[in-house]
Design a protein around this ligand. Structure first.
Ligand code: 5GP
Length: 180
């Protein structure tokens, strides 16, 4: 069990959400999705890199017939008139007429989620819903509903279970918070 204060690069982190609590919240999300999508064949769309652990554990408790795919949101500088351009990489199949469930590690300001929604809507899916392991209501700046939430957390920097600090810490099996 990860119960110790840990150091990642130049920062110290303390235990915040145990593996048991994480797994219980994930089961809870799966129960809701199983009920809501009965008879449908949804497409679970994991947003890399952060969602990989949540995605795997969530899908183990989903008992629907479903498909899975992964995407990455890349942002690059366009021309001076277009400014920052967002591109979705990895989506090779059509989402037309599909029930899409976006699977995110964490929703903070909501910028990522809104951009993803905008891009995916152009593919004419039947529906788009969002499942996130963690949600920071104090930081959220959008009106967009968040359909499935594992756990709400205050506005602090967390690490582990897919979430990184400068690329590190994603392999931790529970969640840590910055020790300030
Ligand atoms: P948003 O677009 O909602 O502001 O941010 C979403 C992305 O920011 C997440 O997918 C994640 O990569 C990163 N992020 C937001 N809060 C945290 C946090 O507390 N810890 C880590 N490691 N990443 C975060």
């Amino acid at each position: 069990m990860d119960m110790e204060i840990i150091t990642v690069k130049d920062k110290s982190f303390k235990p915040y959400i145990s593996e048991e609590d994480l797994q219980a919240s994930i089961k809870n999300v799966a129960i809701q999705i199983n009920a809501d999508y009965k008879g449908s064949e949804p497409l679970f769309l994991g947003v890399l890199n952060g969602s990989f652990m949540f995605f795997a554990d969530l899908l183990k408790s989903v008992d629907l017939e479903c498909k899975v795919s992964f995407v990455k949101l890349a942002s690059y500088e366009g021309t001076s008139t277009t400014g920052k351009v967002n591109e979705l990489i990895g989506l090779s199949e059509s989402i037309e007429g599909r029930d899409v469930i976006i699977v995110e590690d964490i929703v903070d300001t909501g910028n990522t989620l809104v951009k993803l929604h905008e891009i995916l809507s152009k593919g004419n899916p039947k529906s788009i819903k969002i499942a996130t392991l963690l949600y920071k209501p104090e930081a959220y700046k959008k009106d967009h509903p968040i359909d499935y939430v594992g756990l709400e957390i205050p506005n602090a920097f967390v690490l582990g279970y897919g979430l990184d600090y400068d690329g590190l810490g994603r392999n931790l099996s529970s969640i840590y918070v910055l020790n300030e």
